[in-house]
Design a protein around this ligand. Structure first.
Ligand code: ADP
Ligand code: MG
Length: 402
C-alpha cells in the first residue's frame, strides 16, 4: 500500500485528537481526513445506542443532511458490523434493493459502500459508512479505514459517549435545493449551488465557512431579506418560496430576529428606547425592560449607544432581537467585531436564549471554536454544504477559548 497515504492519514487524525477537546469535533474532522485520503466524497458516521439497540447518524461528509437518522440494528445491514465488529463491502449496485427496501434507507445506502466498525478491544461504538466511491474500495483502502476508525473509536472510549437523540424533531424552517446567483459584470456567479437543510425547533445551528463562501447569503434568504434564484423555503412545513410583499414583511417583523456584526443601533435613542421602538412595531412583543435584564443590561437602559462598549451594544441588539419574541433568531458573525471576553459574554446570552427560552438560533461564524457550543454544525464550502455534524454535548459559551 502507499505508505505515505497511510502514515499521513494516521498522523492527521492523531493531530486532530491532540488539538480538539470535543469528541464530536474529532469525529467530524476524522471523517473528513479519511474521505480526503481515499478519496471519497460522501460518508456518514453512525453511533450505536446499546439501550435502544439502534444506530444513529451523527456526522456526515458531503452535502446530504442525514443527521439524526436511525435504524434498528436487528436484521439491518449494519447488524454484523456492529455486533461482530466486521467490516463489510457492498459493490453490487443491484443489491441495493436487498440492502434497504425502505425508501429512506435507499437514500442512505449508495452503490459502492464500505462499512467499517468503530472498534476497540472493549467493544463496538458504531461504524463509518463510505459511499459511492466510483472505483470501489481495495484492500489498502479497507486497511486505511480500519486503522483510522480504530483511532476514532479509542477517542470515543476515552471521552465516553452517551447519545441522547432528540426524537421529536420538527423542522421549523426547511431549505430545499436553494440556488442563488448574483450578476457579476457580464457574467452570472452562482454563490449557493443547491443547499438542502432543515433547521429544528429549539436548536442552535452554527454555519461555518470561510469568508465569501455564501454564509450571509444563505442567512439572508432564510430571513426573507434576499430572494433565492430557485429552490424552496418551507416555514413550519408551509411553502414560503414565493411570498407576497406583505407576507414577507410580516415574516421578517414577527417571525425573525436579526443580530448583525455591526450593531445598527439608533444613536439618538437610549438602550431601552432602542428596544422599545422594536417592541412597538411587533405583533407579540415581550417586555423591553425584561429583555434588557436578560442580556444583563437591566440597569443600563438610560445609556446611549455612544456611551456603551461594543459588547454592551451587541447585547442591546440581542435584546432588540428577542423583544419581538421571534421563533427564529439569525445571528451573522455576532462576535466578529468583539474581543474575546466581550465576545464570550455575547455568546453566553445567545446560549441562554436557546437553552432557557427555547428559541431557535442560526449563527453564522468563521470561528471554528464557536461551533463547539452548537447543537449542530453545518460547514459551507464553495456554495455547497460539505459536512454536517451533531454535537451530542455542546460546550458552554464560557468554556470556549479563542
Ligand atoms: N448583492 C450581491 N451582489 C453581488 N455579489 C454578492 C452580493 N452579495 C454577496 N455577493 C457575493 O457572494 C459571495 C458570498 O458572499 P457572502 O454570502 O456575504 O459570504 P460570507 O458571508 O460567507 O462571507 C461573495 O463572493 C460576495 O461577493
Ligand atoms: Mg458574511
Amino acid at each position: 500500500m502507499s505508505d505515505t497515504r497511510y502514515t499521513s492519514t494516521v498522523w492527521q487524525i492523531m493531530e486532530a485528537l491532540n488539538e480538539a477537546n470535543q469528541l464530536e469535533d474529532v469525529l467530524s474532522s476524522g471523517l473528513e481526513i479519511i474521505c480526503r485520503a481515499l478519496p471519497c466524497d460522501n460518508a456518514n458516521l453512525w453511533l450505536y445506542n446499546k439501550d435502544e439497540n439502534r444506530v444513529y447518524i451523527v456526522s456526515c461528509e458531503g452535502e446530504k443532511d442525514l443527521t439524526g437518522f436511525s435504524v434498528e440494528i436487528q436484521n439491518s445491514i449494519l447488524e454484523s458490523v456492529i455486533t461482530l465488529g466486521q467490516a463489510k463491502m457492498i459493490e453490487d449496485s443491484n443489491s441495493i434493493e436487498t440492502i434497504a427496501t425502505d425508501k429512506d434507507l435507499q437514500n442512505i445506502f449508495g452503490k459502492n459502500v464500505l462499512l467499517i466498525p468503530l472498534k476497540t478491544p472493549y467493544g463496538v461504538s458504531g461504524c463509518i459508512q463510505f459511499n459511492d466511491k466510483t472505483d470501489g474500495f481495495n484492500e489498502d483502502d479497507i486497511k486505511l479505514c480500519e486503522n483510522a476508525a480504530s483511532l476514532l473509536a479509542l477517542d470515543i472510549e476515552d471521552k465516553g459517549l452517551t447519545y441522547n437523540p432528540n426524537k421529536n424533531k420538527t423542522p421549523l424552517v426547511s431549505v430545499r435545493n436553494v440556488i442563488k446567483e448574483f450578476p457579476s459584470g457580464e457574467e452570472i456567479r452562482r454563490i449557493l449551488k443547491g443547499i438542502d437543510l432543515d433547521i429544528y425547533q429549539g436548536e442552535l445551528l452554527v454555519v461555518l465557512g470561510e469568508s465569501g463562501c455564501g454564509k450571509s447569503t444563505l442567512l439572508n434568504i432564510i430571513g426573507g431579506m434576499d430572494k433565492m434564484t430557485s429552490g424552496e423555503l418551507l416555514i413550519e412545513g408551509k411553502d414560503f418560496s414565493n411570498p407576497t410583499e406583505k407576507e414577507l414583511t410580516d415574516y421578517r417583523r414577527d417571525y425573525i430576529g436579526f443580530i448583525f456584526q455591526a450593531y445598527n443601533l439608533m444613536p439618538n435613542l437610549s438602550a431601552l428606547e432602542n428596544v422599545q421602538f422594536i417592541a412597538e412595531v411587533s405583533k407579540n412583543p415581550l417586555d423591553p425592560q425584561k429583555c434588557l435584564d436578560m442580556v444583563g443590561l437591566g440597569d443600563r437602559g438610560n445609556r446611549y449607544p455612544s456611551a456603551m462598549s461594543g459588547g454592551q451594544q451587541q447585547r442591546v441588539c440581542i435584546a432588540r432581537a428577542i423583544v419581538k419574541n421571534p421563533k427564529l433568531i439569525l445571528a451573522d458573525e455576532p462576535t466578529a467585531a468583539l474581543d474575546f471576553q466581550t465576545g464570550q459574554e455575547v455568546l453566553k446570552v445567545i446560549e441562554d436564549i436557546v437553552v432557557n427560552q427555547g428559541t431557535t438560533v442560526i449563527m453564522v461564524t468563521h470561528n471554528v471554536e464557536i461551533a463547539k457550543m452548537a447543537n449542530r454544525v453545518i460547514k459551507l464550502k464553495n456554495g455547497k454544504i460539505s459536512s454536517i455534524r451533531v454535537n451530542m454535548h455542546p460546550l458552554h459559551a464560557e468554556d470556549l477559548l479563542w
